[in-house]
Design a protein around this ligand. Structure first.
Ligand code: SF4
Length: 215
C-alpha cells in the first residue's frame, strides 16, 4: 500500500536530543489534530502517493544515516509502521515525531519515538492518549510545547504520570513555543523547580526564517 507523502528533504534536525544533526525528513500527509500554533498546515492535505520502495530510494540518494518520519501525524497512515521497519532494517537510525493521540505500541522498538504531549494552548490537550506512556522504550522522548505558565504547570503535572519504570531511560523535552514565550523565562522556571528536563529549542527556526517550508 502506498503512503501519502507531503515532502522529503534533507535538513538539520531542529528539536530533540538529535538537534543539530543532518537528517532526512519524510513528512507524511494528514493530521487528526488542529493545534493553534501549527506551522505545518500545508501538510494536512497536499501530498503524492508513493510506495515504500520509492520512498526508500529517494532517501538513499541523500546518503544520510538519520531519518525522521514526521507530519502531520504519521501514524494515521496504516503503512507507516512498515515503512519504519523497512528503514530500520536498511540500517538507518529512525526517529518518529508523533502527536501523542495515536497508539504507538505497534511501532518497532528500535525506532526512537518523539511523542508530543499536547498542552492547553494547543487546544488539543483532550486528545492526549496517556496510555502511550506505558509503550515508551529506552531512548524515546517526550515533548511538551510550552507557550505560557498554564502550559508549564500542565507539563509539570503530567510528568508525575510517567510510570516509574520509564523515568530513567526516556528524555523529556520542554520546548518554548516560538514567538509565544521567551526561552529565558521557561529556563528560569525549569531551574527554579529543579526539573530534570531538557530545554528544547526549535533551532531550525533560528537558522532559517520561521515560516520557511522544508527545513
Ligand atoms: S499535531 Fe502537529 S501537524 Fe498536527 S495540527 Fe498539531 S502541530 Fe500541526
Amino acid at each position: 500500500m502506498p503512503l501519502k507523502v507531503n515532502e522529503i528533504f534533507l535538513s538539520i534536525q531542529g528539536e530533540s536530543t538529535r538537534a543539530g544533526l543532518p537528517c532526512v525528513f519524510i513528512r507524511l500527509t494528514g493530521c487528526n489534530l488542529r493545534c493553534a500554533y501549527c506551522d505545518t498546515s500545508y501538510a494536512y492535505e497536499d501530498g503524492t502517493m508513493m510506495e515504500s520502495e520509492a520512498i526508500m530510494e529517494k532517501v538513499k540518494g541523500f546518503n544520510c544515516p538519520l531519518i525522521e518520519i514526521t507530519g502531520g501525524e504519521p501514524l494515521i497512515q496504516d503503512e507507516t509502521p512498515q515503512l519504519i521497519k523497512g528503514l530500520l532494517d536498511a540500517g538507518y537510525t529512525v526517529l518518529l515525531e508523533t502527536n501523542g493521540s495515536q497508539d504507538i505500541s505497534m511501532v518497532d522498538r528500535r525506532c526512537i519515538k518523539i511523542m508530543d504531549i499536547k498542552c492547553p494552548s494547543s487546544g488539543e490537550e483532550g486528545h492526549n492518549d496517556l496510555k502511550n506512556l506505558n509503550s515508551l522504550s529506552e531512548g524515546d522522548e517526550l515533548k511538551f510545547v510550552i507557550a505560557d505558565k498554564r502550559d508549564y504547570d500542565f507539563a509539570v503535572e503530567t510528568l508525575a504520570l510517567i510510570p516509574a519504570d520509564k523515568r530513567g531511560f526516556i528524555y523529556v523535552n520542554f520546548s518554548p513555543c516560538f514567538g509565544r514565550i521567551e526561552p529565558q523565562e521557561l529556563s528560569e522556571w525549569i531551574l527554579r523547580d529543579k526539573l530534570n528536563v531538557r530545554l528544547n529549542m526549535q533551532i531550525h527556526k533560528y537558522i532559517w526564517p520561521p515560516d520557511k517550508r522544508g527545513v
